[in-house]
Each structure stands twice: as C-alpha cells, then as structure tokens.
Design a protein around this ligand. Structure first.
Ligand code: C5P
Length: 217
C-alpha cells in the first residue's frame, strides 16, 4: 500500500504521516529531508543553495545514509535549513537527480531498523503527482499561512529560537510562493487527492478522517 501526503510547510503532514505509518505498519519517507540535506550541505560548503552547479553535484552524490547523517546537524530543521531546502528544490536538475532515490523506496520499503515493510507513506510536495502517481491513497493537507506560521512559531519558541511570529509568517509565505511557482513539480494537489484543510481541525480529527478513508476501501 502506498499513501502520499503532500502539502505546504507546517500543515501537519509529518505528524499525520508518522501516525499513519504506525497504524498500518508502513515505512515512512519524509522527502523534505533530502532537500534539506542538499541545501544544508551547500551552506556548509559555503555555496549558495541557488548555485545550480554546486547543488546538482551535491544532489548527485546524495544517499540515504548521508541524508540521515546530515539530519543530525542542529540547522537541519531550522528556518535557514528550510529556506535552503526550498531554494535547491526549485532547481529542476536537482529534483531530477533526487527523483529515482525517492521512487526506489516504494519498490523495497524498509523501516529504519532494516526490516522490510509492506508499503510506504510519503510526506512531501510532489509525492502524489510525480514520485508515486500510482499511489493507493493520496492526501493534500493544508491550512492557512497564518495558522501554519503560528504552529511553526510555537515549535521555534519551544526550541528557544528567537524569531517573531511576523518573521515566521513572512518565511512561510515566501516558501509557499517558491514551492508553488517553481517550473518543475510545483506543489499542487494531485487530481485524485483528498484535500483536507487542517486550520480548524485537531491532529486527531485529521487522523480519524484519513483512517476512515483508508479503511473504507
Ligand atoms: O517538508 P519540509 O519542510 O522538510 O521541506 C523542506 C523544503 O523542501 C520545502 O519547503 C520544499 O521546498 C522542498 N520539498 C520539495 N519536494 C518535496 C519535499 C520538500 O520541494 N517532495
């Protein structure tokens, strides 16, 4: 079984994907991690994430183990890490270089401990449209920029990061604009995706809704 969960930053995809993977015993691929790994590596190598030659070289050498290694860096989940990810992800050749690795995961999905899984949950922007158009279930999870920025702002506060709500809101809007306007695989719901606006829903309400849809088939 393949489930894709796409949507903008801080819409609740990650939490939902983790719960779905647990309930249905599916492997989980957070595809944003590969773009974060490429973007962060560019920064650490003193390259601009918008420099195609540098970003492409990093993308061509990106592997699962390297991505996992990069994810331990303190800036991996930071606002600057997200921004760098969004910049490298807007380069078509970089997306192309990372496509096969994402598709291959569905052919032999594995849990982090190496056990093989019967299926996969993808969390991303183009999982239902580009990576796995053949997915059994496609969801597009969204919320207003203000609600998503407030969620991120609270997360940052808990981590002790000094960013104002206004700064987080402007970063959220900037990332949305870049993700949806890029020429290659722009973020948009697949035609056969179920769209869920989580602005006024709790994590549990979204989870129940998705489980009902999966269980009904
Ligand atoms: O989901 P996350 O916030 O970790 O993703 C970081 C960035 O990577 C996104 O803002 C988006 O630009 C990019 N991304 C993408 N395609 C994906 C996953 C993430 O372009 N499938």
């Amino acid at each position: 079984m393949i489930v894709t969960i796409d949507g903008p930053a801080a819409a609740g995809k990650g939490t939902l994907a983790a719960k779905i993977s647990q309930k249905y015993d599916l492997a989980y691929f957070d595809t944003g991690m590969i773009y974060r790994a490429v973007g962060l590596k560019a920064i650490l190598e003193n390259q601009s994430p918008e420099n195609e030659t540098a970003a492409l070289k990093i993308a061509q050498n990106m592997t699962f183990p390297l991505m996992m290694e990069m994810s331990k860096h303190p800036d991996f989940r930071s606002a600057s890490g997200g921004s760098a990810a969004s910049k490298v992800s807007a380069i078509p050749s970089v997306r192309q270089a990372l496509l096969q690795m994402q598709r291959d995961f569905a052919k032999s999905p594995r849990f982090p401990d190496g056990r093989s899984a019967k299926g996969v949950v993808y969390d991303g922007r183009d999982a239902g449209t580009v990576i796995c158009p053949q997915a059994d279930f496609k969801f597009f999870i969204t919320a207003t920029p203000e609600v998503r920025a407030m969620r991120r702002f609270k997360e940052y506060q808990q981590k002790g990061l000094a960013l104002s709500y206004e700064e987080v809101l402007s970063q959220t809007k900037e990332r949305d604009a870049r993700d949806s306007s890029r020429s290659s695989a722009p973020m948009k719901p697949a035609e056969d995706a179920v769209i869920i606006d989580t602005s006024t829903l709790s994590v549990d309400e979204v989870y129940q809704k998705v489980c009902e849809i999966i269980d009904s088939k």
